[in-house]
Design a protein around this ligand. Structure first.
Ligand code: NAP
Length: 497
């Protein structure tokens, strides 16, 4: 990129048209930038387009799971269903005029930094190539379904599918249905299917902590009031109790012996004691690890669902899948017509398998050979003008990732200003700053609740929690202003001459 290019505007490539990519596109559009949003699928929405399983609901209050600049009066309930959220993203993308910039069916398979031209060369699966001065990687985290390592999956005579690859022809009504997996997905599926299946078996390798939360519908009158007076929506979004609960939650995660985590554990245990009548079932459902070590389940109806007469909780180890059903370690067979694998995702992929190659031929696979990492979850040394939204080491937990992405965008935008003004041709974090950040982060992560001795997608392959290990407020402060001294600015070649 030359100074002239800087004056004429940078060329941006945004990869992924989910929540974060739509956000980036809207912000770039508002700033009058030249950009293309590449999406490999034929629609936007990311995780909300991909996940269509029965019961799909966002466990963040709907009015908080919206862009700050686009409140939505139409939510039908306190916790919104997946299809509604998908509609929200589609409407918002239309309203903010980004659709002409979106290329669907355009999978970016490679991103290669060109040193002499100081830009990224992108290869698409179609064989096309293009270039961009700046890449925004917004390709999501929970995107690559993880199949369980259970023998015999291919032998099953009925219908078997992963929760993130839903099909409308799955036999559910009056069928014998098994659900493997007890994360947020498996729990939500159970709550939706007990009234449809003839028999429903929830295979649980680990029981879960279930946080009781209220769910209620918004009436048409309430929606009309929201339409007339958006301040009512703001009052919900900015409700101090809601924010305090998030601050307490991140405090609980980071202080494993503090009163906040004790309060969460007590609430969940009271929920178990008060909701589950049968003592044997109660014991089956009792977790034997710390609350919030795995992602906490927020549910208003799971314990009701598993107490229905057609529902069984199965804690016996699965030995294999056979044509007729699931064989257990004690020799029993659970006969099934349909087997749903709610077994999660490969959470360490991020933008991969796109081949990303930075300075001096450094591949992202090599840079991430130990673990995926990014300086403050956003930038990577050796990968100039490459920015991640919801990238590795960012905050994860029971709060809105939209708020996280918006704060990350505010941070990125300040770095982009350096390029826009022509102050620099490239920007990337220094290797030293990044190493210091990772050392501090890893030390802190090991003392969080995520590292307290359970297995979860929060852990990297070395067993270190992969996420932001400090408070929400610390994240907000970090994103408010980049520490510019930690960044290496490459001068424009023309400026240097
Ligand atoms: P997950 O949390 O990774 O849960 C996977 C489940 O599959 C676990 O219960 C795991 O058991 C089980 N499992 C994996 N392999 C197995 C095997 N071989 N045999 C038996 N059980 C096996 O996946 P998820 O439920 O899809 O959720 C992933 C994330 O998506 C959530 O944590 C959340 O961040 C997001 N999500 C959010 C919402 C929302 O409402 N906002 C809804 C759905 C999902 P173990 O625990 O024993 O490993």
């Amino acid at each position: 990129m030359s100074i002239d290019q800087a004056r004429n505007g940078l060329r941006f490539a945004v990869i992924g048209a989910g929540m974060a990519g739509i956000l980036a596109a809207i912000r770039l559009n508002q700033a009058g930038e030249r950009f293309t949003l590449y999406e490999k699928a034929d629609g936007l929405g990311g995780t909300w387009r991909e996940n269509r399983y029965p019961g799909l609901t966002c466990d963040v209050p709907a009015h908080a799971y919206t862009y700050s600049f686009e409140p939505y009066a139409e939510w039908r309930a306190f916790y919104a269903k997946g299809a509604e959220i998908q509609t929200y993203f589609e409407r918002t993308a239309e309203k903010y005029g980004i659709m002409p910039h979106v290329r669907f069916g355009a999978e970016v398979v490679s991103c290669v930094w060109n040193e002499s031209q100081a830009c990224w060369h992108l290869g698409l699966s179609s064989g096309e190539s293009t270039s961009a001065d700046v890449v925004i990687a917004a390709s999501g985290v929970l995107h690559h379904p993880k199949m369980p390592d259970i023998e015999g999956l291919d032998d099953f005579a009925g219908t078997i599918l992963h929760s993130a690859r839903w099909r409308d022809d799955v036999p559910l009504d009056d069928a014998r249905v098994g659900v493997v997996g007890n994360g947020s997905t498996g729990v939500q599926i159970i709550t939706a299917l007990h009234s449809r299946a003839a028999r429903l078996v929830h295979f649980q390798r680990s029981p879960q902590w279930i946080m009781p939360v209220p769910q209620f519908d918004y009436s048409e009158e309430e929606r009309e009031a929201f339409r007339r007076d958006p301040a009512l929506i703001d009052a919900i979004r900015n409700n101090q109790d809601y924010w305090d609960s998030i601050y307490r939650f991140t405090q609980a995660i980071t202080d494993t012996h503090g009163p906040e985590i004790a309060a969460i554990e007590q609430l969940c245990l009271d929920n178990l004691e008060n909701s589950v009548r049968d003592p044997a079932l109660r014991e089956k459902l009792r977790p034997d690890y710390r609350a919030a070590c795995k992602r906490l389940i927020y549910s208003w109806c799971y314990y009701d669902a598993v107490q229905q007469s057609n529902v069984a909780v199965e804690r016996e180890r699965i030995v294999r899948v056979e044509p007729e059903g699931v064989r257990l370690a004690d020799g029993r067979l659970q006969p099934l017509d349909t087997l749903i694998l709610a077994t999660g995702f490969h959470a360490d992929r991020f933008i991969r398998p796109t081949r990303v190659t930075g300075r001096n031929g450094l591949s992202l696979d090599d840079a991430w050979s130990v673990r995926p990492t990014a300086y403050y979850a956003v930038t990577i040394p050796g990968f100039p003008n490459f920015f991640m939204l919801n990238g590795p080491t960012g905050p994860v937990g029971n709060f809105s990732l939209i708020d996280i992405a918006e704060r990350q965008w505010a941070y990125i935008d300040q770095l982009l200003d350096l390029l826009r003004r022509g102050d620099a041709e490239t920007v990337e974090p220094s290797a030293q700053a990044h190493a210091a950040y990772e050392a501090r982060r890893i030390a802190a992560a090991q003392t969080t609740i995520f590292g307290s001795g359970c297995s979860s997608w929060y852990l990297d392959k070395t067993g270190v929690p992969a996420s932001w290990p400090w408070s929400y407020q610390a994240f907000a402060e970090a994103m408010a202003a980049p520490v510019m001294a930690d960044y290496v600015l490459g001068a424009s070649t023309e400026a240097a001459e």
